[in-house]
Ligand binder design. Structure first.
Ligand code: SAM
Ligand code: DTB
Ligand code: SF4
Length: 352
């Protein structure tokens, strides 16, 4: 396989071709994925994001995997939209621990008008700290997407979750088309897209092929592709779904890497149930982003020190972000970033 370049990002993948990748012997697939990865990224750098749930539970949607849906009783402690100051405090903590991106998630079908000013203030405040910003608030119309972009939101996360065929078995309260419309509004606003899905919901390999082909064939591929391994939460309809073969999850990462050579592929939810060796294999397959910190939105994630140790054992360094802001701020941000690089990082730095 030849190394991928900007020129040969394809948007015309057929399912048969993607099936061909899944059918490869595992070692051949991993070699190809690692070859693409090395042509496009530093193979020893992983982008580090921290998640915060800014509004928790009571969601009107019926996503069968989700502990936050009001349709299921998961015993979750619900929380109204957080105060802006409290969110900024959490962002400062995430930055101090070495995260370069702060992702704020709300259990909404879509943001409503009265919440927008608070959400916009959160974006501005987090960005002021020199962190990259990401939000996931449900569906967005054109105007909402533009407001978020104008406030400086870098990324918007909205997942396709699965294949178009399997989708109706997982969610009935919003359509696949609704999701594609939101992604288009995000793209048109100038923000970067974070979009991926969940593996391990009882879907077939053909559904995994369907999801990855949809993502790769978007008009512009998502800059960030989170692949979540289902976190089985008691009380959701998926609590007893059959265990996923972890090797099959690694295959999905490798195929995503080959189809979307320039995208960050995030080893997202589910790491708590993965061994260090499994995570190392995911990095080898081309995953180059993680959520860092003890909590995802509502479920546990590995302890920060465990991730530091894993990075140290693998010689992985956290990727540094340069946040571009208004022209007058730019010099200041860059000099702060340089100073930061000179200081001892709280996150393990494999180069020292
Ligand atoms: N409410 C917004 C929405 O769904 O558009 C944003 C938050 S929602 C929790 C973001 C994503 O988290 C979902 O699209 C899904 O892919 C992922 N997710 C939710 N629950 C999960 C679980 N139990 N296991 C793995 N991923 C999950
Ligand atoms: C994504 O794809 N995964 C994150 C983020 N985007 C918002 C969320 C994972 C949630 C896992 C279940 C929970 O903690 O509630
Ligand atoms: Fe609501 Fe998002 Fe959970 Fe679906 S995934 S129930 S939209 S919080």
């Amino acid at each position: 396989m030849s190394a991928s370049t900007e020129q040969n990002i394809r948007h015309d993948w057929t399912r048969e071709e993607v099936q061909g990748l899944f059918d490869k012997p595992f070692n051949d697939l991993l070699f190809d994925a690692q070859t693409v990865h090395r042509a496009n990224f530093n193979p020893n750098e992983v982008q580090v994001s921290t998640l915060l749930s800014i509004k928790t539970g009571s969601c009107p949607e019926d996503c069968k995997y989700c502990p936050q849906s009001a349709h299921y009783n998961t015993g979750l402690e619900k929380q109204r939209l957080m105060e802006v100051e409290a969110v900024l405090k959490k962002a400062a903590e995430a930055k101090a621990k070495g995260s370069s991106r702060f992702c704020m998630g709300a259990a909404w079908k879509n943001p409503n008008k009265r919440d927008m000013p608070y959400v916009l203030d959160m974006v501005k405040g987090v960005r002021e700290m020199g962190l990259e910003t990401c939000m996931t608030l449900g569906m967005l119309d054109e105007d909402q997407a533009q407001q978020l972009a104008d406030a400086g939101l870098d990324y918007y996360n909205h997942n396709l979750d699965t294949s178009p065929e399997f989708y109706d078995k997982i969610i009935t309260t919003r359509t696949y088309g609704d999701r594609l419309d939101t992604l288009q509004n995000v793209r048109d606003s100038g923000m970067k897209i974070c979009s991926g899905g969940i593996i391990g919901m009882g879907e077939t390999e053909n559904d995994r092929i369907g999801l990855l082909t949809q993502l790769a064939n978007l008009p512009v591929q998502p800059e960030s592709v989170p692949l979540n391994m289902l976190v089985k939460v008691k009380g959701t309809p998926m609590e007893n779904v059959e265990d996923l073969d972890h090797i099959d999850f690694v295959r999905c990462i490798a195929v995503a890497r080959i189809l979307m050579p320039k995208s960050h592929v995030r080893l997202s939810a589910g790491r708590e149930a993965m061994s260090d060796e499994m995570q190392a294999m995911c990095f080898l397959a081309g995953a180059n982003s993680i959520f860092y910190g003890e909590c995802l939105l509502t479920t546990p994630n590995p302890e920060a020190h465990a991730d530091m140790q894993l990075f140290a054992r693998l010689g992985i360094k956290p990727e540094q972000a340069i946040v571009e802001r208004d022209d007058q701020d730019q010099e200041d941000v860059l000099s702060k970033q340089l100073q930061k690089n000179d200081q001892k990082q709280p996150f393990y730095d494999a180069s020292v």
